[in-house]
Design a binder for this molecule. Structure first.
Ligand code: AMP
Ligand code: MG
Length: 325
């Protein structure tokens, strides 16, 4: 059931007392704490099992709060904030004095965003301050897109869960480094590269997926329990069948173009044709195949345009080598 006014008040009280609140955003559910309370921020890292060097995103109730939290806002950043907030765009800017180093992984920059979810915005307004919130899951695993996912994964480790229904976007925000003259995409996400380029009037580099560029971006992330293997779209059916015959319990991401094709596998998810629907469903499908008991997931990458860039980025990481931190 969607959170009401009393839930919002209660959640704001939990934040003020240094507690952890899981909150819905349009991207994924976040694990929120008072950004200015280092002990509360530390609890986030502890609860997630996330290395403290991985910086967090500070969520604000409106672009009007920007100057309270960052030291210097270049014109380009103001333009992007004006155009895309509230929304799935995170801006990396110079850290203001209000932001403790615990929240930035020791960096002199800070990531900020105004989420486009009525429950998140109501909480941010009621609380008044900034809320640091990474995704409300254990480090490295699949991000939650429903309150139920959060409860199942974190249980009592969270003081209060605000339910805001299923996340509309379904993948994390696009992170843009806006500290310098030339903005750069650090992580593809809910705002497309094409939309950013249209507003900026220039092309942006596609983020590298081959090596770690950004603190907190490890090769293996967003990973289900099952091993994920990426193949060409035309080979999904044959590879799935082969692995199933070899004794695996295979889960399949069947490309939309092959919908209806019989597949010999343990469980099959037919990927939606619309990239928005695919992004919205992505993490739920990975969880679904885990729950079905699959030990191997065979998938292919969508064309890396629009939201396809973020979906491909998450699938690559889900398939990445599972080294420890
Ligand atoms: P998550 O909260 O799990 O979506 O992850 C937030 C991500 O934002 C981090 O893992 C970093 O990749 C990125 N990020 C946060 N703060 C900064 C920063 N100051 N500089 C660069 N990247 C950042
Ligand atoms: Mg995360």
């Amino acid at each position: 059931m969607t959170a009401g006014t009393r839930d919002i008040e209660k959640a704001a009280g939990v934040l003020r007392a240094g507690g952890l609140v899981a909150l819905p955003t349009e991207t994924v559910y976040g694990l929120g704490a008072d950004a200015e309370n280092p002990a509360a921020v530390s609890r986030i890292f502890h609860t997630k099992g996330r290395p403290p060097s991985h910086p967090l995103i500070v969520h604000l109730s409106g672009a009007g709060q920007l100057d309270d939290w960052v030291a210097d806002v270049p014109e380009t950043a103001r333009l992007l904030a004006e155009r895309f907030w509230p929304g799935p765009l995170t801006l990396v800017l110079r850290r203001g004095t209000r932001v403790p180093l615990e929240a930035t992984g020791g960096l002199e920059t800070v990531a900020v965003r105004v989420p486009a979810h009525p429950v998140a915005l109501a909480l941010l307004s009621a609380f008044g301050g900034g809320v640091t919130a990474p995704s409300a899951n254990r480090f490295g695993s699949v991000s939650p897109t429903t309150a139920q996912h959060v409860r199942a994964e974190l249980g009592d480790a969270v003081d209060f869960v605000l339910d805001g229904g299923s996340c509309e976007v379904g993948v994390e925000s696009t992170i843009v480094d806006a500290t310098g003259e030339t903005p750069a995409i650090l992580r593809p996400g809910g705002v497309t590269r094409e939309d950013l380029e249209a507003v900026l009037g220039r092309t942006l580099a596609v983020p590298s997926t081959s090596h770690v560029r950004v603190p907190g971006q490890h090769p293996s992330h967003y990973a289900p329990r099952a091993r994920v293997v990426l193949v060409e779209p035309g080979k999904v059916v044959a590879e799935a069948q082969l692995a199933q015959e070899l004794g695996h319990r295979v889960g399949v991401f069947l490309p939309a173009s092959l919908a209806g094709t019989p597949v010999k596998a343990h469980a099959v998810v037919t990927v939606p044709d619309s990239l928005a629907a695919y992004a919205r469903g992505l993490y739920g499908y990975l969880r679904e195949l885990d729950h079905a008991g699959c030990d191997l997931i065979i998938a292919s990458l969508p064309a890396e345009e629009g939201l396809g860039l973020a979906i491909a980025n998450r699938l690559r990481r889900a398939a990445g080598p599972r080294t420890t931190v």
